[in-house]
Design a protein around this ligand. Sequence first.
Ligand SMILES: [Fe+2]
Length: 254
Amino acid sequence: MIDIHSHILPGIDDGSQSMEESIDMAKAAVAEGIKTIIATPHHANGRYDNEADDVQRRVLQLNQRLSIEDIPLKVLPGQEIRVYNQLLRDLEQRKVRTLDESNYILIEFPTSKIPNDISNLLHELRVLGITAIIAHPERNAEILKDLNALEELIEQGALAQMTSHSLNGLFGAKIKDISLEMCERNLVHFIASDAHNLTQRGFELARAYEYISKQLGADYTIYYQDNAQAILESRDIQIWEPVQKQKKWYAFWK
Ligand SMILES: [Fe+2]
């Protein structure tokens, strides 16, 4: 498995706090079948700034340590970038980079709303040949209120990454249900762990895929896993068209 969103780099955000913790996280990732993981520390979220050069250097250090410890996990550089005014300028200056220098960039919204100028940003990124992946849209209040808002963003060229824990129920039954609905409506293109630690928010990516396979069929799991692979290869993904939710048969009898 490939995990495209994680906070495994030590001591630079609210994820792993030490190299030892990162090593433990790496072991846990390998134990559940993750072979490649993109380190995506927070950037420009108001609390943490982690420019790409620094991320790159720390990824190198972690990979060296993993090699010494004989842990078969490959860590690649990325960032979870809050949508902010200077994002495009910083992209040009390479303070901000795509996931492993692919054509995909991981962006984060504030939890309460969709940023006002998002359409313009998506357009400008598209002009640069970059596809924006929205991190955990299922945790954004405005999208939760109306999933059509996410569909509109997808129409504008964005993709969506759901967090494994949303499907596993860590954020409550309501988020779990709506997350499954988002998958069913083809409003999701990737599943990732967004792992921060091993106590509260680990990986459990395999568990989320099992749940998806059981609820929606193995095709969905294959789709998500192939899409994650596409990032590493910097190739386009075959996007499944969003669909409206099927009405349950009993809805007609109400
Ligand atoms: Fe994250």
